[in-house]
Write a protein that binds this ligand. Structure first.
Ligand code: C2E
Ligand code: MG
Ligand code: MG
Length: 739
């Protein structure tokens, strides 16, 4: 009697066997049964289909010997025997071979059948074809390995497509990426002509844009079994149909955040949809391709971070170094001509401090944009750091570089809109040339930056070329500047005095106080060197005040000790005239040493009036009003202008010593000196000739009517003691002469 459980099953044993036989022959799972002698006693039709052997072929053979091929892992057999005799089932994936010798992967399950005594009577083997699964696994492993090796994306995608087409010879596959603007960008379609990729490239993702465009738009799988009749293919079908493509199936690749990064598509030559095997392939590949594209995007984001400036989106220093550096390295013959412009916004720190960082950022962004717009493809614009930009210009010589620098300065003069303010800006540009200034990118970047600093120091809003000599000078300036500050603080400067003498009578007219500096290590540093530095580093006023005090004190001292020095001349830098308190400090000084204004001569240069600011004009006027004598030093050099002379309350004109050595021989020098003397006389000024070294010069000057002389012919600048000695000697001579 059959139990409820067996309801519907044949009742007789014979019928039951037929029933089982039917099941065995209908299943697609291959079944092989061997006896206790390990020889085959049964195979089902699915086995025959899979391996090609009929029962007759294989009956009474040992299946292992028949099915194991050269690729089969022989240890598997031992393990199987071991577990079967241990009365347990054995399960593994095996690589076997068919009757025709083809390798075939099967998932095998071997079940031992035991009699009542526990003796192994049969082994039932259930075998399922897993070749395709295995092949997909291999594909997957290979793709992952390629990704690990950083194989370029396009190469990787092409290899996936080719492998897929080998797995499914009835299809043509393609991978299309979707760019940030939502456009189709074909990555791989090795079996399609490149004209198809060109045709697809740049099409916008959207409903009705073929199968791929629609799939990407919807973010879901789209099957087009008949391209010819699908309206979504209206505008696109022609080139595909010409190739014999009739159907398409596109699967979108989704990123973790749901964004569609691309599509994986199969094209078919007949009107149809995908098979289960196709589905299996796609399931594997969509995942792999998606991963590869996502990785590529991550790589390009990292690249963006590493090689682009976050604020302006321009390339950064690293990018420039990599790109241009490589170019320069390859230019072994030094045939290229390049110019590197370093552009720096003047007083950017003030903008940042005054308006805040957001406005500062806005200015940088605007400047970056303006530079990129200006140069377009001609030059690589990069943000170096802070407010400095670099423009690398190929095929550019010195002249063109200068032209570009002028253009940049002009382009950046246009006010900049940042946040809600409009700011006027200016910029300074430094230029370094390849290969003249440096052969490598680091050297060029350094040099153009240096050139920029030097241009800026000279005058904001200007440009300049890299100049190693100027650079050495700058360095010296820096070292001397520091030492000079220290010297002032430690009172290490001294004054020397040079007499000014009446060339006719030999009577002393006055003395010029000249600064001297002897550095403990550098030795004597001439005022010609340290005075300009003092002006640059802002200590010239301290020197001027000190010279004024010291000279006045000295004059008072000489007077007190019977040395009759009629007046003392002090050199005052134009810069000091900008200080409104200057006259006041002069008055205080005179007062302190009980001197009268006519005891003091202030030597100024024409530079004073280059800047005719109210403060300068006021100082000059009040000095004159106080009765202090003003002397125009170095006249005849620089910007000598008669109208200036006429406007200023100058009482003395010093003819520059550069005329002296030429005065006897050079007609032009003679003419200039004659003219200067004429002017001085007509304006009722005292003329003082500097640098008189010879008797001939003295006579020449006397003949022209210039009576007061200063120069080595009479005396060199001398220390206080030497000056006193010189004075004493003269007095003694006069006494002797008169005796
Ligand atoms: P300067 O005011 O025109 O001074 C005259 C310069 O000519 C001095 O050079 C002096 O030594 C030099 N000299 C005088 N007679 C002769 C001569 O016969 N032959 C030659 N070859 N040279 C002669 P020094 O002392 O080197 O000063 C150079 C310049 O430095 C001065 O030119 C002046 O412009 C500036 N300077 C010197 N001391 C001071 C100072 O205390 N303050 C300021 N602001 N400038 C100063
Ligand atoms: Mg002078
Ligand atoms: Mg002079």
């Amino acid at each position: 009697m059959l139990s409820e459980r067996n309801k519907g099953l044949p009742e007789k044993r014979g019928d039951m066997l037929d029933f089982i036989e039917m099941a065995m022959s209908r299943t697609d799972r291959a079944i092989l049964i061997s006896g206790s002698d390990r020889e085959v006693c049964y195979v089902n039709p699915a086995f025959t289909t899979l391996f090609g052997y009929t029962l007759d072929d294989i009956l009474a053979t040992r299946p292992w010997e028949l099915l194991a091929g050269p690729l089969t892992d022989i240890k598997v057999h031992e393990r199987a025997q071991h577990s079967l005799y241990g009365e347990t089932a054995f399960h593994d994936d095996l690589l076997l071979r068919t009757k025709s010798g083809d390798p075939i992967w099967v998932s095998a399950r071997l079940e031992p059948v035991l009699d009542e005594k526990g003796q192994l009577t049969h082994v039932v083997a259930l075998l399922a074809d897993i070749t395709n699964t295995k092949r997909l696994q291999v594909l997957q492993r290979e793709v992952l390995e390629a990704m690990a090796r950083d194989v370029p994306l396009v190469e990787l995608m092409n290899s996936i497509c080719s492998q897929v087409e080998a797995l499914a010879p009835d299809i043509v596959s393609s991978v299309i990426a979707i760019d940030n603007e939502g456009r189709l960008r074909p990555l791989a379609a090795p079996s399609l002509p490149s004209s198809i990729a060109e045709f697809i490239d740049g099409l916008p993702v959207g409903e009705g844009v073929g199968t791929c465009g629609t799939a990407a738009w919807r973010g879901e799988v789209v099957v087009t079994p008949d391209i010819a009749s699908d309206p979504a293919w209206e505008a696109y079908r022609e080139p595909f149909m010409r190739l014999g493509i009739r159907a398409c199936w596109s699967t979108p690749m989704l990123m973790r955040d749901g964004k569609v990064t691309g599509t994986f598509a199969f094209y078919f030559a007949d009107e149809r949809g995908p098979s289960a095997w196709h589905q299996q392939i796609v399931d594997t590949c969509v995942h792999l391709c998606g991963m590869a594209i996502e990785r590529e995007e991550a790589k390009s984001r990292i690249n963006q971070l590493a090689y682009f400036d976050g604020l302006t989106g321009l390339q950064n220093r690293a990018s420039l170094r990599r790109r241009i550096g490589e170019k320069l390295r390859r230019d072994t013959g030094r045939r290229m001509r390049m110019a590197f412009l370093c552009v720096d916004i003047d007083r950017f720190k003030d903008i940042n401090d005054t308006f805040g960082a957001p406005v500062g950022d806005g200015v940088l962004t605007a400047v970056g944009r303006r530079l990129s717009d200006h140069f377009g493809y001609q030059g690589a614009v990069c943000r170096l750091n802070g407010d400095a930009f670099i423009i690398a210009l190929e095929d550019t010589d010195r002249e063109n570089a200068a032209r570009h620098a002028r253009d940049v300065i002009a382009a950046l003069l246009e006010p900049v809109q940042a946040a809600d303010v409009t700011l006027p800006i200016s910029s300074s540009v430094g230029i370094a040339l390849y290969p003249d200034d440096a052969k490598d990118i680091d050297g060029l970047l350094r040099h153009c930056e240096t050139a920029m600093f030097e241009a800026k120091a000279e005058a904001r809003g200007s440009y300049g070329f890299y100049d190693p000599e100027a650079r050495a000078l700058n360095k010296e300036r820096l070292v001397l500047g520091t030492a000079l500050r220290e010297a002032i603080a430690l009172d290490q400067l001294e004054l020397v005095y040079q007499p000014q003498v009446d060339g006719n009578s030999g009577a002393i007219y006055g003395a010029e106080a000249l600064a001297r500096w002897t550095h403990p290590q550098f030795g004597p540093v001439s005022p010609g060197r340290f005075i300009p530095i003092a002006e640059q580093i802002g200590v010239i006023e301290a020197i001027g005040n000190w010279a004024m005090r010291t000279a006045c004190a000295q004059l008072a001292d000489w007077r007190a000790r019977g040395f009759d020095v009629p007046a003392i001349s002090v050199n005052i830098s134009p810069q000091q005239f900008r200080n409104r308190g200057f006259c006041e400090s002069v008055a205080v000084c005179l007062e302190r040493y009980k001197l009268v204004p006519s005891d003091l001569t202030v030597e100024i240069t024409e530079g004073v009036m280059l800047e005719e600011t109210p403060a300068v004009v006021a100082n000059v006027r009040s000095l004159a009003e106080m009765g202090i004598r003003l002397s125009m030093d170095d006249f005849g050099t620089g910007h000598s202008s008669l109208s200036l002379l006429a406007r200023l309350p100058v009482t003395e004109l010093k003819i520059d010593r550069s005329f002296m050595d030429r005065i006897e021989t050079d007609a032009t020098a003679q003419a200039v000196v004659m003219a200067v003397i004429g002017i001085g006389q007509s304006l009722n000024m005292t003329l003082v000739a500097e640098g008189v070294e010879t008797e001939a010069q003295r006579q020449f000057l006397m003949a022209l009517g210039c009576a007061v002389h200063q120069g080595y012919h009479y005396a060199k600048p001398m220390s206080r003691e030497s000056f006193e000695g010189w004075m004493s000697g003269r007095i003694a001579r006069q006494v002797r002469r008169s005796a």
